[in-house]
Design a protein around this ligand. Structure first.
Ligand code: IPE
Ligand code: IPE
Ligand code: MG
Ligand code: MG
Ligand code: MG
Length: 297
C-alpha cells in the first residue's frame, strides 16, 4: 500500500511531468510549407509517454542543488531524442509495430517516408534544443557530449543494431545485457548525467548518477521485456507478444520470468547503492528506481 512518502514523491513526479509537457508543447508549432513534417514530429513528441528520462534529468539536477529551469530544456531535448528512437523502432524495417502509446504508430498515421524524416528531424532538433539551453558554455559542451554518446554507435544506434542482428541468432546473457545497455540504458544514463551537469555538480556526483542510471536502465528494459509477455495491449499502449513474434533476444526468453524479477530487483538495489552519500537530496531518486522496477506499463 502507498504511504504518505510515496504519495509525496508521486505528486512530485506528476508535477515534473506536467512541467515537461507544458514546455514540450512550445516546440514545432510554426506555420510553414512543411507543416506536415512538424505535425508528424508533434504527434509522436506529444503523444503521452511516461517522461521518465526527463524526470530523471530534472531530479538529478535538483538533487545536485540545481533548479528545474536549468534542466528543463535539456529534459525536453532528451524526450525529443527518445521520441525519434521510438518512431524509427516501430518502422517496418525494424520492429514493425503498428501502435505506440495507444495510438497508431507514426508511420501508420503519416507514412514511412514522413515518419523517417520526423525521426531524423527530432534527433537534430534535440541537439539544437540542448545547445540552446541558457547555461554556461562548459556545461552545454558536457551535456552535448553525453547526448552524442548516448545517441550514436556506442548508444541507441549500436544497441538497435545488435537488437536487430539478434533476430537471426541466439545471444548469451552478456550479449543481451550489452544490447539492452546500449539501446536503452545509455540514454537513461545520459539523462542522469546531463541533470547533474546542468546543476554544476561534482565529478563524483556525475559518476554516481551514471552508475545509478545504467542499472536503472538495464532493469527498465528487462521490465519492458517482461511486460511484453505479461501485460495487455490496452495497458501498454503498444503490441504485446511482439518480442517473441520478432524472435528477439530478451532476458524473458533466455531465463524466464522469475529470473528476470531477481535481476530487476538486484539492478535496482545496485542503482540505489550508487547514490549513497553523494546527494543531499536523493530520496526521490531512491523511490523512483523502486517505482520503475515495479511498473505495470
Ligand atoms: C519505451 O520506453 C522504449 C524502451 C526503451 C523500453 P518508455 O517505456 O519510456 O516509453 P514511453 O516514453 O513511456 O512511451
Ligand atoms: C527499446 O526496445 C527500443 C529503443 C531503444 C527505442 P523495444 O523495441 O523493446 O521498445 P518497445 O517495446 O517497442 O517500446
Ligand atoms: Mg526494438
Ligand atoms: Mg520495439
Ligand atoms: Mg519492448
Amino acid at each position: 500500500m502507498e504511504n504518505n512518502e510515496d504519495r509525496d514523491y508521486r505528486s512530485e513526479m506528476r508535477q515534473c511531468q506536467i512541467d515537461v509537457e507544458e514546455r514540450l508543447r512550445c516546440f514545432f508549432s510554426s506555420e510553414t510549407s512543411y507543416s506536415g513534417l512538424l505535425e508528424a514530429m508533434r504527434y509522436s513528441l506529444l503523444a503521452g509517454g511516461k517522461r521518465i528520462r526527463a524526470v530523471m534529468c530534472i531530479k538529478f539536477c535538483e538533487a545536485a542543488g540545481g533548479r528545474l529551469e536549468a534542466a528543463l530544456d535539456a529534459a525536453c531535448a532528451i524526450e525529443m531524442l527518445h521520441a525519434y528512437s521510438l518512431i524509427h523502432d516501430d518502422l517496418p524495417c525494424m520492429d514493425n509495430s503498428d501502435t505506440r502509446r495507444g495510438k497508431p504508430s507514426n508511420h501508420i498515421k503519416f507514412g514511412e517516408s514522413t515518419a523517417t524524416l520526423a525521426g531524423d528531424a527530432l534527433q537534430a532538433a534535440a541537439f539544437g534544443t540542448l545547445l540552446d539551453s541558457e547555461l554556461p558554455p562548459a556545461a552545454i559542451i558536457g551535456m552535448a557530449q553525453a547526448f552524442a554518446h548516448a545517441a550514436g554507435p556506442h548508444g541507441i544506434c549500436g544497441g538497435q543494431y545488435l537488437d536487430l542482428l539478434g533476430e537471426s541468432k541466439i545471444y548469451s546473457s552478456d550479449e543481451v545485457a550489452q544490447t539492452h545497455s546500449l539501446k536503452t540504458a545509455a540514454l537513461i544514463s545520459a539523462s542522469a548525467r546531463i541533470g547533474v551537469v546542468a546543476a554544476g555538480g561534482s565529478p563524483e556526483q556525475v559518476k554516481a548518477a551514471e552508475e545509478y542510471a545504467l542499472a536503472v536502465g538495464l532493469a527498465f528494459q528487462i521490465r519492458d521485456d517482461v511486460l511484453d509477455v505479461t501485460a495487455s495491449e490496452q495497458n501498454l499502449g503498444k503490441p504485446v507478444g511482439s518480442d517473441r513474434e520478432n524472435e528477439k533476444n530478451t532476458f524473458t526468453a533466455l531465463m524466464g520470468l522469475d529470473a528476470c524479477e531477481d535481476i530487476i530487483a538486484a539492478e535496482t538495489e545496485k542503482a540505489i547503492g550508487a547514490l549513497s552519500g553523494k546527494f543531499d537530496n536523493g530520496g526521490f531518486l531512491v523511490w523512483f528506481a523502486r517505482m520503475l522496477s515495479e511498473r505495470k506499463y
